[in-house]
Ligand binder design. Structure first.
Ligand code: ADP
Ligand code: MG
Length: 250
């Protein structure tokens, strides 16, 4: 992967963040190219979610630089600027947080019409296209409570895509799902990545990470301990700690 300033859509340089006395990110350097899929793996508490939240301007590091598609995210001082950034960077969480009183279609149409000012008809057309993409065309008029976890998570992905983001962050989006619905969500993400969506995924699905990633990043205790191709990370034999972690999950 080339990592020069011209091609990176996301770049973190010596990013450091503490919550009170607790150092959570201890100097993160990472560059991600447009169209790449990067998986972040590592033990719980190592700072993976915090790293994603930095990229999305949900938290601001104490020092270091974060550049997303030309914007210095670490220097955004106004909430309005952070909100503008979040329109360009989609994020999908473990908890899908759909509005329970709105239909699937309305959940997807809401942000484009309210926040981007897209005309209703156009937003609905896009929503139906996205529902096709996440294989839920028949659920447009259902309410979230009538869907399985996997289906709800696919709606959440469609909702994120409705903002036409430049990249999408996925934070353990299958961790809360019943095992039998994990696969359908991974299918949808795989399609997105094949379509060229720049994606950063925090995941415990090692086989999936191995299959779809351009780069795998292993974090531990606030640091990137290793990064490389899936082959290097999963089949390189020079890092006992990673071998132990990956082996412990499979
Ligand atoms: P991971 O996603 O790898 O499990 P997190 O980024 O969620 O790790 O958390 C890293 C560390 O930061 C943990 O020790 C967690 O308790 C702490 N942390 C995360 N968010 C906050 C917060 N808002 N306030 C205080 N501590 C936090
Ligand atoms: Mg996390």
């Amino acid at each position: 992967m080339t990592t020069n300033a011209d091609t990176a859509i996301v770049r973190l340089e010596d990013v450091r963040l503490a919550f009170g006395q607790t150092e959570v990110l201890k100097g993160i350097d990472l560059a991600i190219n447009k169209g790449d899929a990067v998986s972040i793996i590592g033990p719980s508490g190592s700072g993976k979610s915090t790293l994603l939240r930095c990229i999305n301007a949900l938290v601001t590091p104490q020092s270091g630089r974060i550049t997303v598609a030309g914007t210095r995210v670490d220097q955004l001082t106004r909430e309005s600027e952070r909100i503008a950034l979040r329109k360009r960077v989609g994020i999908v969480f473990q908890q899908y947080n759909l509005f329970p009183h709105l239909t699937v279609l309305e959940n997807i149409v809401l942000a484009p019409t309210r926040i981007l000012g897209v005309a209703r008809q156009e937003a609905e057309k896009l929503a139906r296209e996205l529902l096709e993409k996440v294989r839920l065309s028949d659920k447009a008029n259902a309410f979230p409570g009538q869907l399985s976890g996997g289906q709800q998570q696919r709606v959440a992905i469609a909702r994120a895509l409705a903002m036409k983001p430049e990249l999408v962050l996925f934070d353990e989006v299958t961790s809360a799902l019943d095992p039998e619905t994990v696969g359908e969500v991974l299918w949808v993400i795989r399609d997105l990545i094949r379509d060229g969506m720049t994606s950063i995924l925090v995941t415990h699905e090692m086989r999936f990470a191995e299959e779809i990633s351009d780069t795998v990043v292993f974090t531990e205790n606030g640091r990137i301990v290793a990064q490389g191709s899936p082959r290097e990370i999963f089949h390189g034999n020079d890092n006992a700690r990673i071998r132990q972690f990956v082996g412990g999950l499979s």
